[in-house]
Design a protein around this ligand. Structure first.
Ligand SMILES: Nc1ncnc2c1ncn2[C@@H]1O[C@H](COP(=O)(O)OP(=O)(O)OP(=O)(O)O)[C@@H](O)[C@H]1O
Ligand SMILES: [Mg+2]
Length: 297
């Protein structure tokens, strides 16, 4: 029985470790190229799946080589694709990612297929789902999905990273808002992080969290502000850190943990992911020793 449904981006990433980031009009010789699946919603679902949670992806891909790779990866990872939309004749979402000193720079292009319309959203095949995880790319469809989820009593979570028109309407339908600092500062350029958290909380969410890369994350549940340090690991590639953070946080929500414990677990899982190349390269599994000992603690 599917517990978490995801709607939003799934992607193929070409990832290249680069000795330096080139200036404009420059050239860099690369030594490696990794071709792997990523995308914020896909990666959060894979995280949950590796932690033993049944998930389904209801976003869209095309029937091109990238789309086939995305579907195959979902199947391999145990994410249900029976309601994934396969739109024929277009290009699926793609990213080129340069990694210098562990830091990722992303060039990406959305799928070329037409935007999924609100009327196409249907959560009825998932009567037992408890969480809907969204991004903001196809905003009208995301808003409709959030509306349906709320009616069913599901918890709605979001991973947004742009100020898309309609984002405020969407935030009003979300129970757990987790966004990177880059978006937080676009929302309120002149305010400090604690003030931005309090402003975000006014949308009505239960938890709001801002992630700040290697500096950790800050959360607010309406009672207290929680600071969570990033775990120290040997970082190879931070691609997908935020996506994994969301997946692991949702795991905590399903287990009934409070915000602090959810943040701690999300930080652990995202840091472990940074030890390998690719958005999903280092996502831990439920039987890994670090995960077992956290869950038992
Ligand atoms: N270098 C790092 N070392 C350890 N943990 C990290 C590192 N970078 C990120 N993390 C963890 O991952 C979380 C999310 O990272 P970040 O704020 O960079 O998300 P993001 O910008 O959404 O990234 P992406 O969209 O590429 O996944 C951080 O709050 C932190 O807990
Ligand atoms: Mg992100």
């Amino acid at each position: 029985m599917v517990e978490v449904v995801g709607f939003g981006q799934a992607c193929v990433d070409y990832i290249a470790p680069s000795p330096f980031f080139p200036p404009e009009n420059g050239k860099v010789r690369l030594k490696e190229l990794y071709i792997k699946c990523g995308g914020p919603i896909a990666t959060a679902l894979v995280t949950l799946s590796r932690l033993g949670i049944k998930t389904a992806y209801i976003g869209a891909v095309s029937d091109d080589q990238f789309g086939r790779m995305i579907i195959e990866n979902f199947r391999k990872e145990g994410v249900d694709t029976s309601h994934t939309k396969v739109i024929r004749g277009y290009r699926s979402q793609f990213a080129f990612i340069s990694v210098t000193d562990g830091k990722r720079t992303i060039f990406w292009i959305p799928g070329s297929f037409p935007e999924i319309r609100a009327e196409e959203i249907d959560l009825s095949p998932f009567p037992h789902a408890k969480v809907l995880h969204l991004d903001e790319l196809m905003i009208d469809a995301s808003i409709e999905a959030a509306r349906q989820a709320r009616k069913k009593g599901m918890i709605v979570t979001i991973d947004a990273d742009s100020l898309k028109d309609g984002i405020e309407r969407l935030f009003q339908l979300v129970d757990i808002i987790i966004i990177p600092e880059t978006l937080a500062l676009l929302l309120e350029p002149k305010k400090g992080i604690e003030d931005i958290l309090k402003r975000l909380k006014l949308f009505g969410a239960m938890h709001v969290v801002i992630t700040c890369g290697e500096r950790g994350s800050i959360g607010y549940d309406g009672r207290k502000i929680v600071y969570q340090k990033a775990y120290e690991v040997k970082v190879v590639d931070t691609t997908g850190a935020g996506d994994v953070y969301h997946g692991a946080y949702i795991y905590g929500i399903l287990k009934g943990w409070d915000m602090k414990r959810c943040m701690e677990f999300a930080s652990l899982c995202s840091a472990l992911n940074c030890k390998r190349f690719g958005a999903q390269g280092g996502i831990p599994k439920k039987d890994d020793p670090e995960i077992r000992s956290f869950i038992q603690s």
